[in-house]
Design a binder for this molecule. Structure first.
Ligand SMILES: CC(C)(COP(=O)(O)OP(=O)(O)OC[C@H]1O[C@@H](n2cnc3c(N)ncnc32)[C@H](O)[C@@H]1OP(=O)(O)O)[C@@H](O)C(=O)NCCC(=O)NCCS
Length: 204
């Protein structure tokens, strides 16, 4: 059994998940001591209603459950997005990751705390996760979805090179209902071509 295969729920798995650095961000595995900050940021209906699993209200217990269950198997790589520099250095800005669901291609998930929207952080964080998913995890295809009412998320995916493939439905925990989504995918060939064309900056 490798270190990153299935571990008992709650067992600390930080060693399985690398630290990813970008120009402005550090992506790292969540730790239990992050729960308070995660709860404070995630407890916003605008985040919950645009993600599948985040409940609203989002309590400290929800953050502890999220962190305790994160990276429980090698089907999931969950990162907290933290500030690398400046006044916010070390602060938690949000979360992102890649998860294999039901044998399908891995799916990207991401959210940022509302005070950090509109600064390009989500795009910067996803570039790092996408590179990790193709380079290190060896995936050949990534899926993502965004509610049709969420143009910011769709734009982030487009900036990362994702292509629209159609529509679907997501079950949204916070609204206890399903909602229409746009589906996107990024194939390894497209990612490689973009990287070759713009290796330092990745896709913009
Ligand atoms: C979606 C989300 C992650 C975006 O984070 P962010 O850091 O603000 O994203 P970025 O700054 O990297 O990029 C946002 C892009 O959307 C654009 N945008 C924002 N609001 C928009 C709107 N109403 N209509 C069109 N474009 C919009 C921005 O202009 C920017 O594009 P640009 O760089 O071409 O100008 C953030 O809003 C969030 O966490 N939302 C709630 C959770 C969520 O939606 N998660 C995604 C699940 S699918």
């Amino acid at each position: 059994m490798t270190l990153c295969e299935q571990l008992p729920r709650g067992e600390f798995r930080e060693g399985c998940i690398p630290v990813l650095e970008t120009t402005r961000l550090t992506l790292r595995a969540p730790r239990l001591e992050d729960a308070k900050a995660v709860a404070a940021l995630a407890n916003d209906r605008r985040i919950a209603e645009n993600t599948a699993r985040i409940p609203h209200p989002y309590k400290l217990a929800d953050a502890k459950g999220f962190i305790g269950g994160a990276n429980a198997s090698d089907k999931e790589s969950v990162f907290l997005v933290t500030a690398r520099n400046g006044a916010d250095k070390g602060s938690i800005l949000g979360a992102c990751g890649v998860t294999i669901m039901d044998g399908d291609a891995p799916e990207l998930g991401y959210w940022l705390g509302v005070p950090y929207w509109g600064k390009g952080y989500a795009t910067e964080a996803l570039h790092a996760v996408i590179d990790y998913a193709f380079d290190t995890l060896g995936h050949d295809l990534l899926n993502a979805g965004a509610r049709v009412t969420n143009p910011a998320s769709r734009r982030v995916l487009e900036k990362c090179g994702f292509q629209w493939t159609g529509v679907g439905l997501y079950r949204i925990n916070a609204i206890k209902s399903s909602a229409p989504i746009d589906r996107f995918r990024l194939e390894r060939g497209i990612w490689s071509a973009i990287k070759a064309w713009h290796p330092s900056k990745r896709v913009m």
